[in-house]
Design a protein around this ligand. Structure first.
Ligand code: AHR
Length: 657
């Protein structure tokens, strides 16, 4: 459910923020003709498996190292009795499995316990599906007990859910059962042990997924938080993860498709990339792979935007060209891009289209965009990008290509790359800005002067980082809302924008701030999420020009800390006003150029405000700061309103003929 309160439920923050003395500003809204279209892709989602966003997060699988494929085969597992890891299993790319054998005495036990991702979230009454591939090597039958165990339970038994499975025969087969916890424990463990059996059993690909997972894949509350953003674009799988630290651990989409049992595990570079936050158990199971990303795009109604490796590993971690993939070794990389387009869009008679169909989606996914390269810089990037562009243009002239402007939003590399991207004919250029509040305030007019004839802008990673703490305080969200008025006013050139990163586990993060935080059972939406939500919900279809004192708002943006933009969607008009100052400001909104007999009525307002800029939503107070809908009524064409100090307001209007 979307959290927009009504005026009656809570106005505490807003009221406190409104008491300071008002100043007055007057904006004219030009109704003579709609301005540039706002692309459906304008506001979207950046997804990367950082902060346990995929395994342990959006991917609903609760078992870590389920196929015993981590370099230390029993990482995440505790074993007892006689447990042996073997490597001639039924899935060629994931060959490991375990054999549980008779412990040698009837009073002893043989088994395993899985710790999950920072624990297993078990919730009273919420059933989970357990599955395992198993066989009885001597061909007979054997029984195992499967339990969810709560180490912290104060009741007589630690076991909070249990059932048994009987395996028969020497051939590998998949066995399933349901576990429904009798108690809630965010840090339960999964225990599997031989139940009085003298016969050994082999176990492979042990899985436990809550039955309420969307499509059996996506953790429900986290998926809902994405859908509620009304995203137009879904970028995946990152981020630096696309590049890898070394060539071998770059993201290779072909390893992420086909049956999950046969997707090889990859290192996650966020295991060690953040100083002081080291997570030795952080790997990518690829249970969320490219098929699942395409499906998710479809479910949440966003265009998919895969980003692929351009033949460069992370340039921060590999400073010399010698560490990079030589230009004459790019064929396989280029083929990966072409094959991906075939996987997404190709007929079922094609090699990769056939795999898509086999996975359950014979209809094409309708891929329109591919990004090639993440945060790349220097001549080594355009020289690699060129053959990719040529090959994609030749095979798929309609696919739009996203290039990169490097990791920073200014400077030598940025200034070098933009013209290079234009020369190569990139359709969009990906800009990244993780910057201070001061920087965000200075960028309201960032895109006003951009070349209208060159590539379009994809603000592909951005977030306001306040001081060293880099936290999700309300102030950061306010700065983002202010800058976004400039994205919106420049919708003719800015075609996509995605806040980053998206998810973070409260106990397993490497990077902050983030849009959505979670633990094993709960999640909350930050105030930055609410900003994205308001922009996504009130995106509009066309920009409307705002003027102040006869001049377009562009040149005056940010005076007195006030930022504004306006859009229309049919007969609806949405005016966004961001007051970043500590004073309430009176705003006059004057609709000019309305057609003869046309009228305009106010239809309410939505405010996201808080007097304390350092305040935030948390797991314990997830709705402390949420948008508040209130009455704002009357007939136009002139309307007066007050923008509270430190507030983001969306004023809603409807035109009538
Ligand atoms: O969003 C986190 C990281 O920030 C991304 O992986 C990378 O592209 C950027 O440096």
């Amino acid at each position: 459910m979307i959290r927009i309160r009504t005026i009656l439920s809570s106005l505490a923050c807003l009221a406190a923020a409104s008491v300071a003395q008002a100043q007055s500003r007057a904006f004219d809204i030009d109704m003579r003709k709609p301005g540039a279209p706002v692309q459906s892709t304008m506001y979207g989602i950046f997804f990367e498996d950082i902060n346990y966003a995929a395994d342990g997060g959006l991917y609903a699988e609760l078992v870590k190292n389920r196929s015993f494929e981590f370099p230390q085969a029993l990482q995440g597992w505790k074993s007892f009795g006689r447990v042996e890891v073997r490597d001639d299993g039924p899935f060629g790319r994931c060959p490991h499995y375990v054999r549980l054998s008779d412990p040698g005495h009837p009073a002893k036990q043989t088994g395993l316990e899985n710790e999950g991702f920072l624990g297993i979230g078990a919730e009273e009454g919420r059933s989970c599906s357990f599955s395992v591939w198993a066989r009885v090597p001597d061909g007979d039958e054997a029984c195992v007990r499967v339990e969810l165990v709560s180490p912290a339970s104060m009741s007589s038994s630690q076991t909070i859910a249990a059932d048994s499975l009987v395996f028969k025969g020497a051939s590998w087969a998949k066995y399933t059962l349901k576990l429904t916890p009798l108690e809630t424990d965010p840090k339960a463990v999964l225990r599997i042990y031989l139940d009085g059996s003298r016969n050994a059993v082999d176990l492979e690909h042990v899985s436990l997924i809550p039955d309420d997972a969307v499509d059996g894949i996506y953790r429900r509350d986290l998926e809902q938080a994405l859908a509620d953003l009304h995203p137009g674009i879904f970028r995946f799988p990152g981020g630096c993860i696309v590049e890898g630290t070394e060539e071998a651990d770059r993201y290779q989409w072909k390893n992420t498709v086909g049956i999950p049992e046969n997707r090889p595990v990859n290192l996650n570079k966020w295991q060690y990339s953040t100083t002081g936050r080291f997570y030795p158990d952080y790997y990518q199971s690829y249970g969320l792979g490219f098929y699942e990303y395409f499906r998710l795009s479809e479910i949440i109604g966003a265009e998919p935007l895969p980003i692929l490796n351009c033949g460069l590993v992370c340039q921060f971690q590999n400073e010399t060209t010698e560490e990079q993939i030589p230009v004459d070794h790019l064929d396989a990389y280029i083929q990966d891009v072409l094959d991906l387009i075939e996987f997404a869009n190709g007929p079922v008679s094609s090699e990769w289209g056939a795999l898509r169909a086999e996975m359950g989606h014979p209809e094409p996914f309708g891929l329109k965009y591919v990004g090639i390269g993440n945060e790349q810089w220097g001549e080594i990037y355009p020289e690699r990008l060129k053959p990719f562009v040529e090959a994609v243009r030749k095979a798929y002239p309609d696919i739009r290509i996203v290039g990169s402007a490097g990791p920073f939003p200014h400077g030598e590399e940025f200034d070098y790359l933009w013209p290079e991207m234009a020369k190569l004919g990139a359709d969009l250029v990906d800009e990244h800005y993780y910057r201070s509040a001061e920087w965000f305030l200075s960028q309201g007019t960032r895109y006003d002067g951009y070349d209208r004839k060159g590539p379009k802008v994809f603000a592909g990673e951005y977030a306001c980082h306040i001081d060293d703490r880099k936290w999700n305080q309300f102030q950061a969200a306010l700065m983002e809302a202010a800058l976004m008025t400039g994205l919106e006013r420049n919708a003719d050139i800015v075609h996509m924008a995605t806040y980053a990163p998206l998810f973070a586990h409260v106990e397993g993060w490497q990077w902050r701030p983030d849009l959505i935080w979670f633990d094993n059972l709960r999640s909350f939406r930050t105030t930055s999420w609410y900003v994205q939500h308001l922009y996504g919900t009130y995106r509009g279809r066309n920009v409307l020009t705002l003027r102040e004192g006869g001049r377009p708002v562009a040149g005056l943006e940010g005076q007195d800390g006030l930022f504004a933009s306006a859009v229309m969607d049919g007969d609806r008009i949405y005016v966004k006003v961001v007051n970043t100052s500590d004073k309430a400001q009176d705003v006059t909104l004057n609709f000019k150029g309305l057609r003869k007999h046309a009228s305009v009525k106010a239809d309410g307002r939505i405010d996201l405000a808080c007097a304390d800029l350092q305040d935030e939503n948390t797991l314990d107070e997830p709705e402390k700061i949420v948008p508040v809908r209130s009455g704002f009524e009357g007939d136009g064409p002139v309307f007066h309103a007050t923008a509270a100090a430190s507030s983001f307001s969306v004023f809603l209007f409807v035109t009538e003929r």
